[in-house]
Design a binder for this molecule. Structure first.
Ligand code: FES
Length: 148
């Protein structure tokens, strides 16, 4: 054992995570090789021609739908040419984020107007990462999500 290493009894006590560390841990949209992909829904089952419409007009088309994946309710959102998956239950009082207004990279809860960044789940007023976000991809017409 290296003498310069602290012994277990000398380890600093565990502390709460800082918001940026929490964001790194729980709000990471980067795919992780060890996690399986789960089907959120198939675009063909949602609406005939939807996949083609989104592909033809990625900058102007948007789409949002609630999806039950495992035991989680997600807000699955297509905005500005990208897919996003976010915990679908608003941290404030449980509003349905999939029914929220989507603009400028954010979704606004329809109940009381809390707004979250799609990329990070950060609540825009408090700057806290309150909504979990997850890796998402489109595989053909299937929209798939990775959950921890
Ligand atoms: S429940 Fe979403 S803002 Fe209140």
């Amino acid at each position: 054992m290296n003498d310069s290493q602290p012994t277990p009894s000398e380890q600093p006590p565990k502390r709460d995570l800082y918001p940026n560390e929490l964001a790194e841990q729980n709000h990471n949209r980067q795919p992780r090789a060890e996690l399986p992909w789960h089907l959120a829904f198939d675009l063909q089952d949602v609406e005939a021609g939807l996949a083609e419409r989104l592909a033809a007009n990625p900058d102007t088309e948007s789409f949002a739908r609630e999806a039950l994946v495992g035991d989680r309710i997600l807000a699955v959102i297509f905005h500005a040419g990208q897919w996003y998956a976010m915990d679908g239950i608003c941290t404030h009082q449980g509003g349905p984020l999939a029914e929220g207004h989507v603009a400028d990279g954010c979704v606004t809860c329809p109940w009381h107007g809390w707004q979250y960044e799609l990329e990070t789940g950060t609540q825009t007023t408090s700057r806290q990462p309150l909504q979990a976000v997850f890796p998402i991809r489109q595989n053909g017409t299937a929209v798939e999500v990775q959950l921890p």
